[in-house]
Design a protein around this ligand. Structure first.
Ligand code: ATP
Ligand code: MG
Length: 493
């Protein structure tokens, strides 16, 4: 970009700083300035026009340096743009597009795009038809998502939301899809941990981390999801399926509220500005399933919202729920009971995911939901201390196995075909389980065999194409024990 004098000569307009309110600076005297235009201060810093009033403009700045009233300002006739391109893969950048990791200097991509664009219209969109695999058993089997779906990840603090998201990114990146992770106002240490997790698992080169720290200027934090979305759109236009994670939009809303209050906007409900819904909805609308010049491509957007005391009816949470295609609820009580992930399937919703399922997958998810329902009710008998008959005991035992089956360790991702076969065997008591600790160990072995042994993989993939659940149970009665035997022989149990 050019310097102050060059822009001044070009635009021939000069303004002055009137008042400074943290990240919002009031400037007077730029008659032709447009909303969202970049302005430059004589000290060399840039700011973004946030609103235009008859007598003054509000400029949002992305630095913490103090600007004195009376400082000269000029227009640039340009809007805020961030670099987008393949060069960003494997890097941690700030929302302005500069690298903040310590590896090597970032080769800035040649293309730049405006951060606040309009969502694509209906002509460019397609229905969601392809299942999005998270690698997390309870989600893929019971609450399926689709490529291009926008799903809210909602729950209290420390209930494993980020852990679920990192697992999903890991699975998607392993499948060759591009992942963009936006860390909005997070601690530096948390961002570092996430970066290291992906580097350790060898998928960092498939993703971009856009991070702003809690110590950054609020302007920079506010920008984070927009930059991440713009980068995702670039890869979408390249014909790729992209996963975008926004972690999290409830703190983004808080920073936006701070900016609005500094800008003397009228406070609405909970002091949030009245355009908070519009701000987030316009962003979320940019995700979806699209037709591009390079074929079909999608941006699947997983957005995090934090609840307090498990209250799902908060203002920002309900706003976000109404602009997404469902939500996964991370239940604190289930987390305390040791469930990992602590997703409550009864309070979670998927609006478009089910339409992506095959008949068999739909059968399986229906079976799981009705079984879990039955299991919950049976458990209440146990609390009464009632004498249990054999059927109830058997249901409780199967239920316990299934709950253990759903408990995944942080790095464990399971391909969906394997999920279906393993679940069906467990459900139909074809997988001999002596004690529940065996489930994880054996599933891990089957998973290893699936990825290393082509014969086993082909067999499982073929079985997962069976038309219905009942038919699959029938086939597995003979085939299932063979798979377990083949795996046991391989690993010598
Ligand atoms: P925050 O509110 O800080 O964003 P969060 O909801 O994103 O929290 P995480 O940071 O993902 O939660 O997880 C909280 C804790 O639970 C972490 O210490 C993490 O190691 C642990 N945890 C989450 N999922 C699992 C899992 N599947 N297995 C083992 N530990 C887990
Ligand atoms: Mg988190």
């Amino acid at each position: 970009m050019k310097d102050f004098t060059a822009y001044l000569n070009e635009t021939e307009e000069i303004g002055f700083v009137e008042q400074v309110a943290d990240a919002i600076i009031y400037v007077s005297g730029l008659p032709k300035v447009k909303p969202e235009e970049l302005v430059v201060f004589e000290t060399g810093e840039f700011g973004h026009v946030f609103s235009v009033n008859p007598d003054y403009i509000e400029v949002l700045v992305f630095f913490k340096k103090h600007i004195k009233p009376g400082t000269r300002v000029t227009r640039t006739n340009e809007i805020l743009k961030v670099p987008v391109g393949y060069e960003l893969l494997g890097r941690v950048i700030n929302p302005l597009g500069n690298s903040i990791d310590t590896t090597k200097p970032l080769k800035t991509p040649p293309e730049k795009r405006g951060v606040n664009t309009h969502p694509a219209g209906i002509i460019k969109r397609r229905a969601i038809t392809k299942q999005f695999e998270t690698g997390v058993l309870i989600v893929d089997l019971a609450i399926p998502l689709g490529h291009g779906q926008r799903e809210l990840i909602v729950g209290d603090r420390k209930t494993g939301k980020t852990s679920f998201l990192t697992k999903t990114i890991l699975n998607q990146a392993k499948r060759g899809n591009i992942c963009v992770y936006a860390a909005i106002g997070k601690r530096k240490l948390d961002v570092k941990k996430i970066e290291e997790f992906f580097a350790k698992n060898g998928v960092l080169d498939k993703m971009v981390i856009v991070a702003s720290g809690s110590g950054d200027s609020i302007g920079v934090i506010y920008l984070t999801p927009y930059t991440a979305m713009t980068i995702s759109e670039y890869f979408k236009d390249e014909g790729k399926d992209v996963l975008l994670v926004l972690d999290d939009l409830s703190s983004h809303a808080k920073f936006y509220r701070e900016i609005s209050l500094l800008g003397r906007r009228f406070p609405g409900r909970n002091s949030y500005p009245s355009d908070i819904f519009y701000t987030h909805a316009k962003l979320m609308e940019r995700a979806g399933n699209f037709i591009t010049d390079k074929g079909d491509a999608s941006i699947t957007c997983l957005t995090v919202a934090e609840t307090s005391q498990g209250d799902l009816s908060g203002y920002i949470e309900t706003n976000l729920m109404s602009m997404t295609d469902g939500h996964l609820y991370f239940d604190k009580n289930l987390f305390y009971l040791g469930r990992r992930p602590a997703i409550n399937p009864f309070l979670s919703v998927t609006r478009v995911g089910r339409q992506t399922q095959t008949n068999l997958r739909r059968d399986v998810s229906r079976e799981i939901m009705s079984f879990l329902n039955l299991y919950e009710r049976m458990q209440s008998f146990v609390h009464f201390g009632a004498e249990l008959n054999e059927t109830i005991k058997a249901t409780l035992a199967t239920g316990e196995n299934i709950i253990h089956f759903f408990n995944q360790t942080p790095g464990e991702v399971v391909p969906i075909n394997l999920q279906i076969i393993a679940f069906t065997m467990l459900w139909a008591n074809l997988w001999e389980i002596k004690d529940t600790t065996m489930i994880r160990k054996q599933l891990h072995q089957i998973l290893e065999a699936y990825s290393s042994d082509k014969k086993i993989r082909e067999k499982i993939d073929k079985l997962a194409e069976t038309e219905s659940f009942n038919k699959l149970i029938g086939v597995l009665k003979t085939e299932g024990p063979n798979i377990i035997k083949a795996v046991s022989q391989k690993y010598g149990n």
